[in-house]
Design a protein around this ligand. Structure first.
Ligand SMILES: [Zn+2]
Length: 488
């Protein structure tokens, strides 16, 4: 009895089987050629060129299969459950049809899309390609690798569209810099970090913040690598700070490579951390509901956070050493802090700077703003030695960093209609009325006061409150909250 995998049911690509087999045989020959080159100790660059040719040829085969699959999905699978599958097939086929640039600027959203978007109602789609994951990205030449590496990802909460727009501007600006020979280090750009969330809809609305499978926030529960790295580093640290950085990087890479996942979102989180873990600079582009530019970072990296904040015009910079539930930025930056503490007094610099950049509110998509934000990020990379040229003078800071523990959540005391008294970016004095909640039975207007003085950096976009709902956040300095510091 044939298994489900070996039935004679026609696939989308069945009609092109001969053409596909011909291409695959040619690739087989090319791979044998590479084996011969390795046997003959040929130049590395020649071998790499051939490997690159095989990758391009495989891309073409994948593209043909995916295009056919997308066509089959749209014509044969008309049920709503298969729409995400159709979208993914089309997106993957479209991505594959683009040139894969052999440049320092990695353009890897497409491979993550394969890695995490490979099922639809338990029906595997291109699992073989998915298994390759982001390992297919171009590796920069050793000279470039010696310079710092940066990773920038957009929209980990998938529907945070300002980040998606800024990523496009970054792509354009980075490629121009590379063409001009200005790119010294390697930049990995993940233009949409969360293809799982991008495919999620409820009643026609995007739902990118939480995994609909289990309700877990996509920016929580990222892998914690410090314990594994510390165990591997035991007895191996020395007095040379640079050598220690190399050792810690290698230990973190090994720990990341050993990660396993039991569901797609965990697989995605693992892959994102694997991509970023040995970068010198990691920027995670998010946005809030209605907000001004603000950042989250690690307390001991306050100075770099302030520099990035000044460049971006941030109006709040919120620092913590542990904000709870392992957000992505801390998965990248805090292992260094833990290794530093564990192996004191050996010198261990915090060699990975990672910040969460909240690109204002979810509706703040504007070409000029996006170009301006991308230029600020490029300038930050220039200051880190990733990009050539003398840095411009730092703009005047619009705020000083404050503890995340002192950020005051303004919560609704009861259900009702929310009427805000304060706009995002307003400096609010202690005790001010931030909003009213209007009771719809009695008509009573209940003012909601803040305790702290500070900038109201974010507020909700809807105007109906349930009891306890977080309405706004103020970057205060007087509170000292404990426990989990981030909102849901
Ligand atoms: Zn977010």
């Amino acid at each position: 009895m044939a298994s489900a995998e070996t039935t004679s049911e026609a696939r989308g690509y069945s009609a092109n089987k001969d053409q596909l087999q011909k291409r695959l045989r040619r690739i087989e020959g090319q791979v044998r050629g590479i084996q011969g080159m390795v046997d003959d100790d040929r130049y590395c660059i020649d071998v790499l060129t051939q490997i690159s040719a095989v990758q391009a040829a495989l891309d073409k085969v994948a593209q043909l299969i995916m295009s056919a699959c997308a066509h089959a999905c749209s014509s044969a699978w008309t049920g709503s459950a298969c729409r995400p599958c159709e979208q993914r097939c089309r997106a993957a086929a479209a991505a594959l049809s683009g040139d894969r640039p052999h440049t320092n600027t990695r353009w890897i959203g497409r491979t993550l899309a394969w890695a995490s978007g490979n099922t639809c109602a338990s029906r595997p789609v291109s699992a073989a390609i998915a298994a390759q994951g982001p390992g297919r990205v171009w590796t920069a030449c050793p000279a470039a690798r010696a310079a710092p590496r940066a990773t920038i990802q957009a929209a980990l909460h998938a529907d945070e569209v300002p980040g998606l727009l800024v990523a496009q501007c970054l792509r354009e600006q980075l490629l121009a810099l590379e063409t001009a020979g200005q790119l010294l280090g390697e930049v990995q750009l993940v233009p949409y970090a969360n293809p799982i969330g991008l495919a999620q809809q409820v009643n026609g609305q995007h739902q990118g913040r939480f995994d609909l499978r289990d309700g877990v926030n996509f920016n929580r529960n990222h892998p914690e690598l410090a314990d594994a790295a510390c165990a591997a580093l035991q007895g191996r640290m020395g007095d040379d700070a640079k050598a220690n950085v190399r050792r810690v990087r290698a230990a973190l890479r090994d720990a990341a490579a050993a990660l396993t996942a039991s569901h797609p979102a965990q697989d995605l989180k693992n892959k994102l951390v694997q991509l970023a873990i040995d970068s010198d600079v990691v920027l995670d582009l998010h946005c809030d509901s209605q907000a001004v530019m603000h950042l989250y970072g690690l307390t001991p990296q306050a100075e770099l956070c302030a520099e990035l904040g000044a460049l971006l015009g941030a109006q709040a910079i919120l620092l913590a050493t542990e904000s709870g539930d392992s957000p992505f930025d801390e998965a990248c930056s805090s292992p260094w802090l833990k290794v530093q503490e564990k192996f004191a007094p050996y010198p261990v610099p915090l060699a990975c700077f990672c910040a969460t950049v909240e690109l204002r509110g979810e509706a703040d998509t504007d070409h000029a703003l996006a170009r301006q934000d991308a230029a600020a990020i490029i300038e930050f990379l220039r200051r880190r030695g990733v990009i050539a040229g003398s840095p411009a003078p730092l703009p005047a800071a619009r705020c000083q960093p404050t503890p995340l523990a002192a950020s005051e959540p303004i919560n609704a005391p009861r259900a009702g209609v929310v009427v805000f008294h304060q706009e995002p970016g307003a400096w609010v004095p202690a005790g001010a009325v931030v909003a009213d909640v209007v009771d719809i039975d009695s008509g009573e207007v209940v003012p909601v006061h803040c305790v702290s003085a500070g900038v109201l950096y974010a507020r909700i976009a809807t105007r109906w409150a349930t009891p306890g709902k977080r309405l706004a956040k103020i970057a205060g300095t007087s509170l000292a909250r404990t426990g989990k510091l981030l909102s849901a």
